[in-house]
Each structure stands twice: as C-alpha cells, then as structure tokens.
Design a protein around this ligand. Sequence first.
Ligand SMILES: Cc1ncc(COP(=O)(O)O)c(C=O)c1O
Length: 473
Amino acid sequence: MTTPEELANTHSKSLINLLRGWPSTSLLTVSLIKQATQNVLSNPTVSVPGLLYGPDTGHPPLRKALAAWLTDFYEPAQAVTPERIAITGGASQNLAGLLQVYTDPVFTRNVWMVAPAYMLAFRSFEDAGFSGKLRAVPEDEEGIDLGFLRREIHKSEEKAKAEGNTKPTFKPARPYAKIYRHVIYCVPTFANPSSRTMSLSRRKELVRCAREYDALVICDDVYDFLQWPADMKTERSSLDKAVMPRVVDIDRVLDGGAARADSDGFGNAVSNASFSKIGAPGMRTGWVEGTEKFAYGVAQTGGTWSGGAPSQMSSTYISDLLESGALQSHVLRTLQPAYASRYRTLVSAIDRYLAPLGITLPQPDRAVVGGYFVWLHLPDGLRGAALARRAKEEENVIVPEGEMFEVPGDEEAARFGENVRLCFSWEDEDKLVEGVRRLSAVVRRMQRDGERAGSRPQTGAAREAKHDLGAFR
Ligand SMILES: Cc1ncc(COP(=O)(O)O)c(C=O)c1O
C-alpha cells in the first residue's frame, strides 16, 4: 500500500522517463548536418539528383561510402560491395518492405521472434498478414534457443505439409524475389530489449537452421556501432571494430556461403540497419545488406519502384558525412564515450541501489556491451507490471514492464512478467541515478507489502492500448 505521504510526494517529483528509446537531444548531429546540408546544397551535381527521384537501390555515393565503412568496421572475410546494399527509409520502414517482397501470409508459415522482442515490430508483422502466426523463441545466455526453434519449426513444416501448403497464395512469382517459408526476426547484438549479444556459435547454427528450413533471418543490426568495453574500471570507452560478425556476414561465407552451387542466390540472412541511433532518427534513413540478388529485390518493392529509394535527399547529407569521415568520427569520439558513460553510471546505480534487493542483469561476464538498454530481472516473483505502475504513481518514473515485449498470441512460450527494461540513451546521467534510486524505493515498498500481483497482457489492439505502446513513440 502506498501511504498518503508517499502519494503526495509523487506530485513534487520531476518526471524521469526510462522508457523512451530515443537518442539524447544533446547528442544529435546538428552541427555536422548543418555543414553537410551546406555542402550538398551548394553543389548542384549533388543537390539536383538529391532533390529528384533517385535510383531504386538508393543514392550511389552513399552505397559506396557505406560499403567502405562496413568493411572497415565488421572486417568481413570479403569486402562489402555497394551492390550488396540498398538504401531504405530506416529499419522500421524496411521491415515492412522486406515482408512485402519476401513473404506470403499463407505460404510463409510463421514468423519466429526471439523473445523478449522489439515490441514496435509486432504491428509490421500483423500488417503483413501474420497475426496469429507470430511465434516466440526464447533466449538463454548465448542468445536464441536453437533447440526450441528447430523443434517448433519442424512441427510447423509438418503441419504445412499436411495442409498441402506448397506454393504462395497471394504473391505472384517475380524474377527479382522469392517467397521464404519462414521468417526469423532478431536483434543479435545489444538487443532491444534484453541487451544480450548472440554468441558466434549460435549465429552459425542459426544460419544452418535457416538454410535447412528455407527461412529468412531478419536481423535488426541497429545498435552494433554503439559499443564499449564492459569493464567498469577501464578508461577506454570506444571500440572501432565490431564485437562479432553479423549473421549476414556468416551467411555470406559459411559452408560455401550464400553463393554455393545449391543455393538460389538470395541467401538466408539480411542486415536491417539504420542511421537513427548513430545519426538522427528524423532523417529516416537506413540501409539493408544481403546478397546482391536480395538487395536488388528489396529495392523492387512497389513503393520504391514508383519513385526510387526512400530518403533520397537525406542520403546525400549522410553520404557527405561518411565521405568526409565526420560520421565515423562522431560515432567513435562522441557517441560511444557518451553512451558508455551513461551506461556505466546507470549500472553503478543499479549495483548500488537495486542489486542488494535481488535485481539482476543478463550476461554479466561479457567483455563488450552497448546499445541503449539494460534488462532487469526482479527478485522473488515481483511483477514488472506492478513495479511499472507504482513507479509512475509513486515516483513519477516511467519504465516499461517485461510483458510488453512478449510476442502477441504466443505469450505462453516466453514470459517476462518479472522483468523491466531501462533505457539510458534519453535521460541525462543525474536523472538515470535518481531514477534508479526511486525505483529501489518502490521495490522496497513492494517487498514490504509482499506485492506480487500483476495483470497479464492481451493480444492485438487491446494489448497495444493496455500497454500504451504509443507512449514509446
Ligand atoms: C530493434 C530496433 N529496430 C528498429 C528500430 C527503429 O529503427 P528506425 O528508426 O530505423 O526505423 C529500433 C528503435 O528503437 C529498434 O530498437
């Protein structure tokens, strides 16, 4: 029970929003973009094509500059080429595009979502006709539980066979595309929300599993560049090489690679990436990397075919920033140290205020951490939903409960009632500490009250309303 004094106290407390997964306004690339826009707008050879419809695969200089940067950062076995890249309107827009080109709501049996899952992706899958076909795949400390996935995907195939589901129902055959039987959706590095990184061996096994079952692995690789050493004592706060090859890099070379003789050349993995977290989300620009055939197919979706790649003008600015090296340096010298500092401040506050109450973080032993989030597990069956409600009511702190990240329609397969997610990108460091201190006060009161009750989520619109998913936006 909240005492009247505690409630009165709430109203005098400033709001702390640990839910919003946006970049800090202090880290927006204003001066860089100002310079880039001046460069572009004073050069008609760039500004004129920038202001017209562009090529379907996107602004060629951006594809070229990106290919060089990705090669430098990921150090793949073979250099990334511009032909492997198509420019998109960001990861969210492109998720919808991928589903339009590469899936059929009947022939594609299921969408397998590593859970807890990025909750704002659910609607894109439902829009593409996959309502009722979303399946949760649990994670362990190494990432996706492949034993579970293999068992369930096998059952799904048996069912499709029994039903005679042998060819696409709604999508016509197209020379530039194929329809996959399954989609596997994940955030392999610094996941949203679990903050976990999938191990190398799981990435390899995931590619093998995808090939076996004709699945497309869609990887939202949107946090890869935001990384730093996990060691809280090191001075070092930036890292210029990726912690791990992407799933798409592995698909390119593993066991003969995506270009092997018995392959159709589309591959089984795609990297769905974005400038939102490393540039500015308002630019709405991203890129997709896959095999050449796959990248070309993405660029043939109806919305792109009529009008060319999205975000054409933004692409010219970003291209300018990459060609000069300004964006690479911003990521390394500004963003990584700034987010490392926020992360370390948040985790120190968690160690100080929440760990003594029994709250834990996943993957405590890894060498490199990153992204925007930490994922907390509550002690003694305390409910995340109850903590989120009381944190807002009693302490004016907003946190999302773990249930928001359960896969709609398959909540039973992976439950997160005892979790909450904290975001460290939006609020400043003093507010991160104060937010954690206030949360600890709520947890102590919950433990005092013996509060364990929390309601379960529902599916579809009711679920979206209940969790107020709009508040994320
Ligand atoms: C996993 C994941 N995918 C996609 C997005 C959105 O990316 P974009 O702004 O490029 O649409 C986010 C942002 O929170 C995210 O966490």
